[in-house]
Write a protein that binds this ligand. Structure first.
Ligand code: HEC
Ligand code: HEC
Ligand code: HEC
Ligand code: HEC
Ligand code: HEC
Ligand code: HEC
Ligand code: HEC
Length: 373
């Protein structure tokens, strides 16, 4: 490219709103949305004073998992300029008109996941009442950064083997990136799952609100609902996971079905629901996945141990006895120190920090002090 040609290219790219960069831009803005939305200052202050930004960074968007999805496949409510008032927002169950599912030939959609989610205990509408918005929507758990490919280099040793037949490196690398992360099961770690679930289930004000609402509806939530997150952390599984052990059960190992795991994580149900893997009828089977020898008895061990007398007499008494032993030992130590101090003072020795020792006896004759041995 000559100097003149590249100036013309640059001018053209600025005009159509694609930033000029040396690397190939994966994302093409066919709908021209970035014409306006590429400006960093774009946004507004909402009625309740919150600052909303409408800035879409093309170089960031171009690297997300959704880079091939045209803006309006998700923002399907944007039909004209100026845009009308938003009533639904992005619901995640719409059909992509531009991306086909190569396996079925149908327009791609997250509808199967959405339907499982709607049947789950967390299912709710996108725009909903204040109370219902305690529940997570897709974007509560999924933000693009989690799914942005890590800047790890694609192993040439592997793709060289694909290129020999497919002849197009870009095709091969994009398919390699698509599958390799899933084959290697790159997903949230146990600690991240516990953090995700606890971010709500640890929130006391959320718990109180939900309990009150359930009572008003005449329903009952699970016995462990108010204490789920904190008691898990006190459990054996919770403790060993905190210290870096990765094999012990996290929230989803118990509350999501292992059959079709990636769909089941979206279909969490309370343990009183017969479809929950923690229902009385299915619990043994779930524990057996990891504890080969688990039986009915083993499965009654409480994964959310509370320390009250009623539900866990053993832990309750163990804790009480342990506490009493600590009190007695500490009281004994203090008493011993006191008696010793009184006794030594009576002998004329007193407490002074000097030359690495603490007990000194005055010696009036030598105007000096002897160390007590
Ligand atoms: C001519 C400039 C322009 C173009 C082109 C444009 N927008 Fe916008 N967009 C705006 C402005 C201005 C706002 C802020 C409107 C407001 O606050 O009422 C906005 C707001 C939005 C919002 C936020 C709406 C809200 O109230 O929450 C979305 C989503 C959006 N645009 C998507 C798109 C999509 C998708 C396209 C491409 C099909 C597009 N825009 C094309 C100017 C534009
Ligand atoms: C995979 C679906 C998806 C694609 C593709 C997508 N967006 Fe979005 N966008 C969302 C979601 C989800 C939100 C968060 C707001 C919501 O949940 O309704 C959002 C928020 C926005 C907002 C802020 C609106 C607000 O109410 O705060 C703007 C503006 C926007 N997108 C513009 C774009 C533009 C321009 C493109 C194309 C370059 C694009 N989006 C592509 C899903 C998408
Ligand atoms: C309570 C949190 C939560 C909610 C809500 C949620 N998900 Fe998920 N989703 C997960 C977890 C956990 C995984 C398993 C993968 C992982 O650990 O990252 C997952 C996996 C996925 C995957 C597979 C990703 C991959 O690359 O393997 C897709 C697609 C997905 N979710 C879409 C959705 C959609 C669409 C919705 C809304 C209808 C939704 N999720 C709601 C937690 C959630
Ligand atoms: C020996 C030659 C050969 C090698 C090596 C090879 N492929 Fe293929 N690949 C093919 C042929 C032929 C097809 C189409 C026929 C079929 O589906 O079996 C195909 C189909 C595909 C498809 C499906 C495309 C579509 O649209 O249906 C993908 C994706 C793919 N290969 C990716 C790869 C990747 C990634 C590698 C390297 C890890 C690889 N291939 C290695 C020959 C090869
Ligand atoms: C955005 C907050 C939020 C997140 C994140 C969240 N939950 Fe929930 N969860 C709720 C709310 C709110 C309810 C109560 C629903 C109701 O009142 O019926 C609930 C209910 C439940 C219930 C059933 C309680 C009952 O007694 O009916 C289980 C089990 C559960 N969640 C497990 C999980 C697990 C496991 C995770 C992590 C993957 C998780 N939750 C993540 C908010 C959340
Ligand atoms: C070893 C399996 C196991 C693990 C790990 C586990 N739970 Fe549970 N969970 C259970 C069982 C069993 C119950 C029912 C206990 C009862 O009612 O006696 C339950 C009950 C609950 C409840 C009350 C609603 C219901 O289904 O009865 C919530 C909410 C909950 N767990 C959330 C969590 C969260 C959040 C985590 C992770 C921080 C977690 N659980 C980890 C087994 C587990
Ligand atoms: C994802 C695998 C997994 C699942 C599911 C699971 N556990 Fe565990 N659990 C472990 C691991 C790993 C350990 C620690 C080392 C060991 O005992 O193998 C452990 C330890 C325990 C311990 C402590 C000591 C011991 O080994 O007996 C108890 C008690 C326990 N689990 C109960 C349960 C119960 C009850 C269930 C079913 C509700 C369950 N677990 C489900 C993986 C799991």
């Amino acid at each position: 490219m000559t100097m003149k040609q590249s100036w013309i290219t640059l001018l053209f790219l600025i005009m159509i709103g694609i930033p000029y960069s040396g690397t190939v831009q994966a994302y093409v803005d066919e709908e021209g949305c970035l014409l306006c939305h590429k400006y960093p200052k774009m946004g507004r202050i909402t009625e309740d004073g919150a600052r909303r930004t409408y800035y879409v960074m093309p170089h960031v968007f171009g690297k997300t998992v959704h880079r091939n999805v045209p803006c309006r496949d998700c923002h399907n409510y944007i039909e004209e300029l100026p845009h009308r008032e938003v009533e639904t927002g992005v619901t995640c169950n719409t059909e992509c008109h531009s991306v086909k599912n190569p396996a079925t030939g149908k327009n791609f959609s997250h509808k199967p996941i959405y339907d499982a989610y709607r049947d789950s205990v967390h299912g709710r509408d996108k725009i909903t009442s204040e109370l219902e918005s305690d529940k997570p929507y897709c974007i509560t758990c999924h933000t693009n950064p989690i799914y942005n490919p890590k800047e790890e280099s694609i192993p040439k040793r592997v793709t060289d083997r694909c290129v020999i037949c497919h002849e197009d490196r870009e095709f091969v690398e994009s398919w390699y990136s698509h599958t390799s992360r899933r084959i290697r099961e790159v997903k949230r770690s146990s600690i991240e799952i516990i953090e995700l679930c606890s971010s709500c289930h640890e929130d006391q004000s959320m718990v109180d609100r939900r309990l009150k609402a359930a009572e008003a509806r005449g329903e009952e939530l699970g016995k462990k609902f108010p204490v789920a997150a904190e008691t898990y952390k006190d459990s054996f599984h919770g403790k060993v996971t905190r210290y870096g052990f990765t094999e012990a059960a996290n929230c989803l190992d118990c509350h999501a079905d292992y059959e079709n795991y990636y769909l089941s994580v979206h279909e969490i149900r309370p343990s009183r629901d017969p479809l929950s893997p923690m229902h009385d009828d299915k619990r043994v089977e779930t524990c057996q996945r990891c504890h080969e020898y688990a039986n009915e008895n083993y499965a009654t061990i409480d994964p959310h141990p509370t320390k009250d007398l009623e539900s866990n007499p053993f832990i309750y008494y163990a804790e009480e006895i342990y506490n009493w032993i600590s009190y007695v030992v500490i009281a004994g130590l203090i008493a011993l120190a006191l008696f010793e101090t009184i006794g030594r003072r009576r002998d004329g020795a007193s407490w002074k920090l000097r030359r690495g020792s603490s007990w000194w006896r005055s010696n009036r004759k030598r105007k000096d002090r002897d160390r007590v041995i």
